[in-house]
Design a protein around this ligand. Structure first.
Ligand code: FNR
Length: 182
């Protein structure tokens, strides 16, 4: 079974993006093993320590290197990627460059109507940069951009329940699994 590391761009308790990641972890448990990576404890990226980084950085690098693919689930902050996620990606872009060629799919949830589209576009640009060069699932038909989150997540269970959105994600996940195996 594919081992997929998950990066989540929100640290907030009750994060919709975390709720989406947990919904996917549970729903696709027989298809892929989603393991959420800790990015909360990473220090700010610092080029002075990149050759001898603290163990939290080593742990993340090892986790990504060992994964068959990466799922990034992120909110949009000020029309872009949250700093905490960018910081993690910057660590991953140096020294061993563990994202090069790594299959990646992205998703995002927002309470507003735009569903993180600007953050997703920035994220794709970042993922194509020279130190990263991730193998991104082609976005056409595969975008997971969830708007109006309050209407689509169950307040009690904290899981995505909107049926058409769930069915769309089912299809994208199947395509990602094929893509990651290639
Ligand atoms: C936001 N939010 C937001 N939403 C959006 O659709 N576009 C945006 O540019 C921003 N900008 C922004 C900046 C900052 C600093 C915060 C804290 C929030 C709102 C955001 O989508 C909302 O708080 C989500 O609920 C955050 O995702 P999680 O934490 O629920 O996963």
């Amino acid at each position: 079974m594919l081992k997929i590391a998950v990066l989540i761009g929100s640290l907030r308790q009750g994060s919709y993006n975390m709720q989406l990641a947990l919904t996917m972890k549970e729903r696709y448990i027989n298809k892929m093993d989603l393991e959420i990576a800790d990015i909360r404890s990473l220090p700010f990226f610092d080029q002075d320590i990149e050759l001898n980084p603290p163990r939290e950085v080593h742990a993340l690098l090892r986790k990504i290197a060992a994964a068959d693919g990466v799922l990034i689930v992120t909110p949009e902050y000020n029309w872009s990627v949250p700093g905490v996620l960018k910081n993690a990606i910057d660590w991953l872009s140096r020294v061993d460059k563990v994202l090069i060629g790594k299959p990646v799919m992205t998703a995002g949830v927002s309470p507003g109507v735009m569903g993180t589209i600007r953050a997703q576009l920035h994220l794709r640009e970042i993922l194509a940069s020279p130190g990263i060069q991730a193998r991104l699932l082609p976005p056409a038909g595969n975008e997971i951009i969830i708007s109006s989150a309050a209407l689509k997540f169950d307040e009690t269970t904290s899981r995505l329940v909107d049926e058409s959105t769930v069915r769309h994600i089912d299809r994208v996940v199947d395509k990602f699994i094929e893509f990651a195996k290639q």
